[in-house]
Design a protein around this ligand. Sequence first.
Ligand SMILES: [Fe+2]
Ligand SMILES: [Fe+2]
Length: 456
Amino acid sequence: MKKVLLVDDELEILEILETLILSEVDCEITKCNSGNKAIQELQEANQYDIILSDYNMPDGNGADLFEYNVTNMNLPFIFISGGYLEDYKDVKNFYDHNELNFFINKPVDFELLINQLEKVFSNDKSSGAFIRDEKTDLKKYSQIRFSFLKNYDISNYEVYMKLSDNNFVKVKNIGDESFEDLERYEKKVEDKYYLKQEDMNLFLQDALKEHIYNVSRAPANISEIEILGSSLEIMHDSLKALGMTELQMSLAVKTVESCIKTINSDKTLKNIFKSFLKSKGYFVSHSITSCFLSYLLAKELEIDNETTMAKLCMASLMHDLTLADSELCKIYDLSTNEFIDLKNDQKKVIETHAFECSEMCSKLDIIAGDVVTMIKDHHEWPNGGGFPRGVDSNSLFALSQLFITVLHLSDHLFKNGHGADSILSFKARMRIIGIDEERTPKIYRALNNIFDKASS
Ligand SMILES: [Fe+2]
Ligand SMILES: [Fe+2]
């Protein structure tokens, strides 16, 4: 078997490179964290086929190691470095000593590195070193959240890491229960984990089932609010991959039930703003916050009965579900640069998502007509300045007006915090969208009451 000496002072880089190389090349890798240790290793066991080394290292840099190699065994030498070879004055005539010497910049173009290893090892085809043979088959991958890898059973799936658009490398095999390695890489390669598309569909179906079970019996170590957040994440991701199925519907209903249960168990809602789920990102945070703010406003308006609350929670959870890119649900005002600077296809997605999502929901028996209407209207403004239809308070029914207010408030609190200043600036926003004494008197007064109570 081919032997590789891999040298870098950063342990994490050593480990990532080792995993990546081993995923494509059947070889034996020895790691050293300094030039001098590598020289010592070469002195003791001179059986290597190639040296891959960093340049900048304390205790013997890459030039020292290269020098030793040239005067002794002169193995093919690949520098993997963040700098430029021309700047390394102590590396003399690098390319002249061995035609297989090569220089690769960090961050590493993995394909280039593997190609170079292929060249070095190709002298001996019988070694069968290369296990990479189905690259073109690896066409369809689906991104998976790291939290899913941690929270659901992934033992039956291979996990891949994306290195570039056409380059995925396997980082976990079937049957491997541990994700410790994945966790270690996460800091370096965030949001880069993928499953094969067909695996992703199977995984999501299983995860949905597992999650529905968990929603009904919250495990002791996870808070109910965390589970609500995960419910939304898995509903959102699985909708993309599977479309709306019975499982999602059953999860939506359970999530609404559990939302109402959480609201009922803490009528003061004092912990809600603390949790806020900001770490789960905007999509999850603003949806869950909207459930709770719906309750606050509905209570003030004395319409906080269970049926109305269930409708408001359902609308809060479902309204942006069809936005595949959840970042886009942050946009409320089409006259801002945030919107104007988007690509045309993204603009189109935003402009049509309220229709699209209400359309999808209208086909589902368990979603009430009021919910469908709230979703269709969720970006309208009481003064007619919203989208897609630009209708005003005269055409918006009461629950839609309430829901629109709640979405703006949860957006505002997410972006500005929930201190006194934030509430003050929300009053300015109310004027901009037309929540006022004239157009929406009941909601206007109820909101002011809530703000007065909050500040007293
Ligand atoms: Fe939206
Ligand atoms: Fe939204």
